[in-house]
Design a protein. Structure first.
Length: 405
């Protein structure tokens, strides 16, 4: 991934940089018209695009700084990128490869690098200027070394400078002729709006919703591609099919399962009532972990549905009543059956009821909408209801929890 000029090397900057890389790949693919277009990230370059038999490689220089540094012939980001591209030369055909340097900043005033932002510009002066700059860096390091200076200057760009000087002048020029500099590109805070703007074939009122769903799907595909759960590249036909599916769900009023594969945030802490309810029936760590995970997913899903369409609030409440009735039938029977049980027997029956919500309820209770089969919503909604004491697992849960207050 490209270095992040103008930022601290913080976890935040790295995470945003990677996300920017993912979103920029989506934006690039949306801009293509060729059906054979496909993109992948972290392969030959930050982003690799194949379209119409040509390869386009992208190096991204993102920044979360309020005023991103402009790029110029002395920039470390330029020379680091040059080193990456020179290392790739044995693996690509320059005649069929375009190289893109993408930055959210501008260009240093009156810098020779400006030639890269102009199509069909003469690259000879730039190649000569870069050779002079590279030579200056190499000589400055040699002089510093002879004088016993430590550390040596220009450590952040010396590899690129040395690699550039190692190329024959004709190859240097040919390399620069394949490069395009894209300046003042959208930042990570702006790029979602650009993705939305690319959905021009959709009604204006649908674009924001579709873009949001599309980005969530895209993020999952990128992660899957990097960990080997899918092909490394994503093609335009697959992207178009996903857009059509999202639009179809929207037109039909179909509920979407947005959190089925989403993991809860590491810092998430559920309401203490969830664990207290499980502790009453002596549930184990596996019961607690599953309950917390599904409660977060269901809570997040309920909030999203209600936010995107306030009319769904009544559907959510009505379905809670359905869940509660199914629970009540079982709990009432359990209370009768456990009337003469010792505490251990009551706990075992209550634990069985808790595990029923995990294992059987998702198929025993009708779905909230026909065709909606995400089990986490049933499992997690029972935990949401348990937090509110609308349901419980122990035969005497209300009395025991009230006593514990």
């Amino acid at each position: 991934m490209g270095d992040k000029d103008g930022t601290s090397h913080s976890a935040e900057g790295s995470a945003l940089g990677f996300w920017y890389q993912s979103l920029y790949a989506l934006l690039i693919l949306l801009e293509q018209s060729s059906d054979d277009a496909a993109v992948g990230i972290e392969q030959l370059d930050d982003i690799a695009l194949t379209a119409d038999g040509h390869d386009l490689l992208y190096q991204l220089k993102h920044s979360i700084a309020a005023k991103p540094l402009p790029v110029g012939i002395k920039s470390r980001s330029l020379w680091r990128t040059v080193k990456v591209w020179i290392d790739l030369l044995p693996k690509v055909s320059l005649a069929e490869t375009g190289l893109h340097l993408v930055t959210v900043g501008g260009i240093v005033e009156d810098d020779p690098l400006a030639a890269l932002s102009e199509a069909d510009s003469d690259r000879d002066p730039l190649a000569s200027a870069m050779a002079e700059e590279a030579q200056r860096v190499v000589e400055a390091r040699a002089e510093a070394k002879a004088n016993g200076q430590s550390p040596l200057p220009y450590a952040d760009r010396k590899d690129g400078c040395e690699a550039f000087l190692s190329l024959p002048p004709a190859i240097r020029l040919n390399l620069m002729r394949r490069v395009t500099l894209k300046i003042e590109s959208p930042t990570v805070g702006e790029i979602e709006g650009h993705i939305e703007a690319r959905l021009t074939l959709l009604p204006a009122g649908q674009r924001a919703h579709v873009a949001k769903k599309l980005i969530e799907w895209w993020d999952r595909q990128i992660v899957y591609s990097l960990c080997g759960k899918r092909e490394r590249v994503i093609g335009r036909p697959e992207l178009q099919a996903q857009i059509s599916e999202i639009v179809g769900e929207l037109d039909q009023g179909k509920l979407s399962a947005d959190f089925e594969t989403v993991q809860k945030p590491l810092e998430y802490q559920p309401d203490g009532m969830l664990t207290r309810q499980i502790a009453l029936v002596k549930g184990g760590n596996a019961d607690i972990d599953k309950a917390i995970r599904e409660e977060w997913r269901a809570r997040a899903q309920r909030a999203r549905w209600a936010t995107e369409n306030p009319a769904l609030a009544s559907m959510i409440n009505d379905y809670d009543a359905v869940l509660t009735e199914h629970w009540s039938d079982r709990h009432s029977q359990m209370v009768e059956d456990c009337k003469d049980f010792e505490e251990d027997g009551k706990c075992k029956s209550g634990l069985d009821l808790l595990r029923w919500t995990h294992n059987e309820a998702p198929t025993a209770v009708r779905p909230i909408q026909e065709g909606f089969g995400a089990a986490y919503y049933v499992r997690g909604s029972y935990q949401v209801l348990a937090i509110g004491l609308q349901v419980g697992w122990h035969p005497d849960y209300k009395d025991l929890l009230k006593e514990g207050e």
